[in-house]
Design a protein around this ligand. Structure first.
Ligand SMILES: Cc1ncc(COP(=O)(O)O)c(C=O)c1O
Length: 380
């Protein structure tokens, strides 16, 4: 049997990894500023993470949601504390798309409505409603196009008001910092107004924190950069999470505001919240807390921006924390290849073809940043 050929692959075969370094089958080391697409949050093979997962596997790896699993409660408590989202309840699933699928479904259950507002260049996953809310025609099959989704530009408040006031919107989904799209962000006024008008028009606000969450932006959640005049953070009704939360273990989830009531059977999954997934996520949270990684993300991210400003070829620096992009006036496909094959450095791309993305582990250091820029200068 052959593989269903959907991925254009770089010719690199990683066989081991530690911290910021990935090693291929020929023993070549690569610096990982991509993290397997924003997934590696605490570094490859972190000792605490490996120990916790091995230990869990020695005890019990999996049982379904038909029985008690105290690890889920431990995880919900820890996540509530670290994210300052203690007034939410947690539902665990297995990926980012699934998290958004559940978020959108909940919004529809809760409001009894079916239309979704999403934003230009947004990416929410490849399943049914999640892909319909994703601004990419090419990955939407006719089946997906049956969903009622309106895609609007960020920061056009008039367009947003016109649509939300029609009264048929169940949910508005947005990324506080767009990942795949290329690191665009809604401005603060717009985000506040979106939150307010959702409330006024009976729609739920869904923050897709799959990529910008779990500390990557320099705050626990990306939307927490948006503070209201009363000094409080915006309060989404639902927050979706995945990627960095498992540091490579497939896990996703939705934080659901406690004003939304659960009922048996409303959501469900076979694998979601299994013992290994909980152990992996707990290990990530413990490392983020014990090693002060959110502060590190903010500091090292700021250092990156400082260094990037010294390079005239860089036309724009985008993003926050360690979710960063540098924009050139040329397409970066070739540059990414040169960074991999000549400099042995992984970087990321985006829908914006002139943007090189930078998504390292949150314990990346200033020395790593220096290595990156020295290598980049050689290839420019
Ligand atoms: C913001 C955002 N939401 C959702 C997804 C989908 O996540 P997954 O690939 O785990 O389904 C992604 C993936 O890149 C993403 O960046």
């Amino acid at each position: 049997m052959n593989l269903f050929d959907v991925y254009p692959l770089y010719d690199v075969t990683p066989v081991s990894a530690k911290g910021m370094v990935v090693i291929d089958d020929k023993g070549q080391e690569y610096l990982d500023f991509y993290g397997g697409h924003a997934v590696i949050s605490i570094g490859h093979g972190h000792n605490h993470y490996v120990k916790k997962l091995k230990n869990q596997l020695d005890n019990i790896g999996f049982y379904s949601n038909a029985v008690q699993n105290p690890l889920q409660k431990e995880l919900a408590t820890k996540l509530g504390q670290l994210s300052s989202c203690e007034d939410y309840n947690l539902f665990l699933c297995n990926s980012g798309a699934e998290a958004n699928e559940n978020a959108l479904k909940l919004a529809s259950f809760q409001t009894g409505k079916a239309r979704v507002i999403a934003f230009k260049n947004g990416f929410h996953g490849r399943t049914s409603a999640a892909v319909a809310a994703t601004d990419n025609e090419k990955i939407n099959a006719p089946l997906n196009k049956q969903q009622k989704v309106t895609i609007l530009p960020f920061n056009d408040l008039d367009a947003f008001t016109t649509e939300i006031e029609k009264g048929d919107v169940c949910g508005v989904i947005l990324e506080a910092i767009q990942g795949v799209g290329g690191l665009d962000e809604p401005n603060n006024d717009f985000f506040q107004q979106v939150a307010l008008q959702c409330k006024q028009n009976g729609a739920l606000l869904i923050a897709d924190e799959v990529q910008c969450g779990f500390g990557r932006s320099g705050k626990f959640f990306g939307f927490q950069h948006h503070i209201t005049e009363q000094g409080k953070s915006i309060k989404p009704d639902i927050i979706s999470i995945a990627k960095g939360m498992g540091n490579g273990f497939p896990v996703g989830g939705v934080l659901i505001h406690e004003s939304i009531e659960a009922s048996y059977g409303m959501l469900g999954t076979t694998f979601g919240g299994n013992h290994l997934a909980c152990a992996a996520t707990l290990a990530v949270l413990e490392v983020i807390e014990n090693e002060n990684l959110i502060k590190n993300t903010e500091e090292v991210g700021a250092y990156f921006v400082e260094k990037a400003k010294e390079i005239p070829a860089i036309k724009q620096i985008k993003g926050k924390g360690l979710m960063l992009g540098i924009e050139f006036d040329f397409e970066v496909g070739e540059l990414r290849k040169k960074m991999i094959y000549n400099q042995h450095i992984f970087t990321g791309g985006a829908m914006n073809k002139r943007l090189l993305r930078f998504l390292p582990a949150l314990n990346c250091t200033k020395e790593h940043i220096d290595l990156f820029f020295n290598a980049l200068k050689k290839e420019l």
